[in-house]
Write a protein that binds this ligand. Structure first.
Ligand code: SAH
Ligand code: SF4
Length: 382
């Protein structure tokens, strides 16, 4: 780790400890070198909830590890389920009381396609970009997340009782940076987290299974080409004219559509891979024929793919999502223009799974209170 801890006085997290520091710590205790591999693989096991579960290590070493390191940076989580158990969303509390969100989505096997799992994680507590349709943006910026805090969201779902990635990682899963925060405004730590996720001695998650979604931070997108060329890139476009995008994605005033698309094209050109253009459909605002034609102009002729997402209105939102017929009209216009397009399903709508919404709902309540309240509701329903 090149960074100093964001939270003063906290013990290093085992999920982000660098091998040299861990080796030095073990050597100072007179432990043999092979302990290093045991500790790292143990900390990433699907059946371990704490250092105490690493029973292949001597008890004194387990106790020493627990004193020196945090097994996870997450101090508490409140989880709620939806979609008949196929979606689960967590609000996690960190050491300094900041709260972040992550979501687990399971997809049943379909035809020749095996079961798949997607884990959506946060890169910052809050976000400074301030998109008016996004609950995270409305809540403002808290702080950057450390690499360990990012990895620990994946480990939360990997460990008991979720075991979402399975014991042997099969490859039928995706990690998406689509929770709270703008990942490329925290690029150094997000890139380090990706390298930790990739590490064969840790979770060994392939870069091609990871997607970074950005509101259009051009220098960060260019860094991805050089530093993480195997990671997928998604651009949150949401409007095809600068006037409208200035309002919907305010960072557009710094990097307007032409620059963001040029960076997307550089990424696609240099990596040979397709870039997603995310487009939240807002009734009567960005779903017009004019915007569709503008979108055709920017998406056509290069390796791009448009993902339409019906808006999940935040509480007190002045906007609603485009109705199904309007989405279909928009899709036809894009297809007629030669653009590849899909409509994203609205997973977890009933649990406010869009970015930052559950967190906003829990403001001012402890996670324990929230857990008790949802247990009481579940008891009343059953
Ligand atoms: N900050 C990054 C990544 C996190 S947001 C970005 O903006 O790309 C992940 C995705 O969720 C973005 O495409 C964002 O526009 C979308 N999103 C945010 N609020 C939403 C809402 N209320 N309904 C639907 N999608 C939303
Ligand atoms: Fe930030 Fe993304 Fe939300 Fe915009 S949509 S406020 S960039 S998290």
């Amino acid at each position: 780790m090149t960074d100093r801890p964001i939270i003063a006085g906290t013990r290093p997290a085992i999920s982000e400890i660098d091998p040299a520091s861990l080796a030095a710590w073990l050597a100072a205790r007179g432990e043999p070198a092979y302990r290093m591999g045991q500790v790292l693989s143990g900390a990433h096991r699907a059946d371990a909830s704490g250092f105490d579960d690493l029973t292949d290590l001597p008890a004194t070493l387990r106790a020493g590890l627990a004193e020196a390191f945090r097994f996870t940076t997450i101090v508490d989580s409140h989880v709620i389920g939806a979609d008949g158990g196929m979606t689960a969303k967590a609000v996690h509390e960190l050491d300094d009381g900041q709260r972040i969100e992550s979501v687990l989505m399971r997809y049943a096997p379909r035809g020749a396609m095996a079961e798949r799992t997607t884990i959506c994680i946060s890169s910052q507590a809050g976000c400074a970009v301030n998109c008016p349709f996004c609950a995270t943006g409305q809540a403002g910026f808290g702080r950057q997340l450390t690499p360990g805090e990012i990895v620990d969201q994946v480990l939360h779902w990997h460990r008991p009782p979720w075991n979402a990635l399975g014991d042997a990682i099969t490859g039928h899963y995706n990690i998406v940076f689509m929770g709270m925060g703008e990942p490329l405004n925290n690029a150094d730590r997000v890139f380090e987290a990706v390298r930790l996720l990739n590490d064969p001695d840790r979770l060994a998650i392939g870069a091609r299974h990871i997607t970074v979604s950005t509101s259009g931070v051009v220098p960060g997108m260019d860094r991805m080409v050089d530093e993480l060329p195997q990671v997928n890139l998604a651009i949150s476009l949401h409007a095809a004219s600068d006037g409208l995008r200035d309002e919907l994605v305010p960072i557009n005033r710094k990097w307007p559509i032409a620059e963001v698309i040029a960076a997307g094209r550089r990424f696609a050109g240099r990596t040979g891979r397709r870039v997603s253009l995310e487009y939240v459909m807002i009734d009567g605002l960005n779903d017009t024929d004019e915007q569709a034609d503008g979108l055709v102009e920017v998406a056509r002729g290069w390796r791009s793919h448009v993902n339409l997402i019906p808006l999940n209105p935040t509480s007190g939102s002045r906007w609603s999502g485009t109705p199904a017929a309007g989405i279909q009209r928009f899709v036809r216009r894009l297809r007629d223009g030669g653009v590849s397009v899909t409509v994203r399903d609205t997973r977890g709508r009933e649990i406010d799974a869009a970015c930052g919404q559950l967190h906003a709902q829990l403001t001012g309540r402890s996670l324990r209170e929230a857990r008790e309240a949802s247990a009481a509701t579940a008891a009343r329903v059953s």
